[in-house]
Design a protein around this ligand. Structure first.
Ligand SMILES: [Zn+2]
Ligand SMILES: [Zn+2]
Length: 482
């Protein structure tokens, strides 16, 4: 919000003193003048108009903010390689992100062609059609981290531009412009008053806060300026730092637009709307859109396990099966930012929050109240029982994913609910396992859990131990060559 406040004030100062022209006219003239300077600096309007394709290969260092093994900083660092290509004339885009070869936990991409779009999992060797392909939506993240493409967008969408004023950034005077892309909130661009290149962009995302992109190391490629490194800041701290190892301008990108040989095309995924799946008597997996929680009926209450977002709707759906028993406990698997979002709605439902002791602070903060929240912490195993049904909460950690990771095991039903270590994809075959899959299987053995059904916080499909063994024995289909 900080940035927005500054720019409202800046806009007011340039508005005063408008004379003979409306404020809008004056502002628009200044915006168009800065846009012309930007286009000139990036190689000239003609060169920008002739830009057809751009391909970038980069080394990325990501900081796992709120997603590290420990609950606080310093954050874990992850390295990966990304290859992106865009064809701005024919609205085609291809992107791939490949994990460090030593770990190779993910290798994913997407291709948005003129007619069809695919989501590709190179490790699994599968391609799933995208239900509603949208070039602007899917290429947006690449455009926003690429100064040349931002300048190109600015040229095409200059009618949406507003001049916000002047500021000093990194000790150099800058003009600040805002404009709106086809999708997403307005972007502010910081244009160096000396070089007229874009030093930085920023956006304020609803429910997320300020994100900033810093562009550095400009060089000329085929007459067009391109930044060769950048840093993405989330709420003021570095989140992703990239060095571009290769930038190719106006070359055919057709080889990146076709599915690699040997890839298995999958059926489109079934619509993944909010649903309740009965796992056993009084045991429900409720969720949709990639996140799920477990609800277990006890004698006079319900126990909820899993803290992903969307819990309000899930609780509402639970009421169709169990209309009146209160939720007494809301159990959190771990501290990662996407697994603590349910805290306010569990508190609202009157539940006591249950978490590993090392995750207490993160979960209290997520609940929005640091003191009044009812909370039980544990540092070993704990059993919840009503005399008939038992839920055993065990720590499967440490793993490469988290130092502590709680899972819920129902001994009578032989059901295990866990997060972020193993689950079936919404469509397609079980993915080849990685280090955390092995650690997960070892922890099940170590804790002597006699599991029949494996439920995941990110999968709508119950899995079996056979699926887990299949994951462990299968090898990635496309080994990365970076
Ligand atoms: Zn996690
Ligand atoms: Zn997760």
């Amino acid at each position: 919000m900080r940035a927005q406040a500054i720019w409202t004030a800046a806009l007011l100062t340039i508005c005063t003193g408008a004379y003979g022209q409306t404020i809008t006219e004056r502002n628009s003239e200044k915006a168009q003048q800065v846009i012309e300077e930007v286009l000139e600096a990036f190689g000239g309007r003609e060169a920008m108009q002739n830009l057809s394709t751009l391909q970038i290969e980069s080394d990325s260092t990501g900081y796992a903010v709120g997603q590290s093994r420990a609950p606080g900083p310093p954050w874990d660092k992850n390295t990966s390689v990304s290859i992106s290509a865009i064809d701005v004339v024919n609205s085609r885009f291809s992107g791939r992100n490949i994990d460090d070869p030593d770990r190779y936990r993910f290798d994913q991409g997407q291709i948005v062609g003129e007619e069809k779009a695919w989501q590709i999992n190179y490790r699994s060797g599968t391609a799933t059609p995208v239900a509603e392909p949208n070039f602007n939506q899917q290429s947006g993240p690449f455009v926003r981290i690429t100064s040349t493409l931002l300048a190109h967008q600015l040229m095409q969408r200059s009618h949406t531009a507003t001049y916000l004023g002047e500021t000093v950034y990194k000790e150099k005077p800058h003009d600040v412009l805002s404009f709106v892309m086809e999708v997403g909130p307005a972007i502010s661009l910081y244009v160096d008053k000396d070089t007229h290149l874009i030093s930085k962009s920023e956006r304020v995302l609803p429910n997320f806060g300020l994100v900033e992109y810093e562009f550095r190391d400009y060089r000329t490629v085929k007459g067009i300026k391109a930044n060769h490194s950048y840093t993405f800041y989330f709420q003021g701290s570095p989140n992703d730092v990239r060095q571009h190892r290769k930038i190719v301008v106006n070359q055919p990108i057709d080889d990146l637009m076709s599915l690699p040989k040997g890839i298995k095309k999958q059926k489109p995924p079934a619509p993944n709307e909010l649903a309740s799946k009965k796992i056993a008597d009084g045991v429900y997996l409720i969720g949709g859109q990639g996140t799920y929680a477990l609800f277990v009926e006890m004698d006079d209450h319900v126990i909820a396990v899993g803290g992903t977002g969307g819990s309000e709707e899930r609780i509402e759906m639970l009421r169709k099966s169990i209309p009146d028993k209160p939720i007494k406990f809301g159990i959190f698997t771990h501290h990662h930012s996407d697994h603590v979002l349910a805290a306010p709605s569990y508190v609202e439902a009157g539940a006591t929050l249950v978490a590993h002791s090392s995750h207490e602070q993160v979960i209290r903060t997520a609940a929005g109240d640091e003191t009044d929240v009812k909370m039980n912490t544990l540092s070993g195993a704990r059993t919840f029982s009503d005399g008939k049904r038992e839920i055993l909460i065990v720590d499967l950690g440490p793993t490469e994913h988290a130092e502590h990771i709680l899972a819920a095991y129902l001994p009578k039903e032989r059901v295990l609910f866990s997060a972020d270590h193993f689950g079936l994809p919404a469509s397609g075959p079980v993915a080849p396992g990685n280090t955390v899959t092995r650690e997960f299987a070892d922890a099940i053995e170590r804790e002597k859990l006699d599991v029949k059904t494996l439920l995941s916080a990110h999968s709508p499909k119950p899995a079996t131990m056979k699926h887990l063994r299949k994951a462990l024995s299968s090898k990635p289909k496309f080994r990365n060559s970076f």
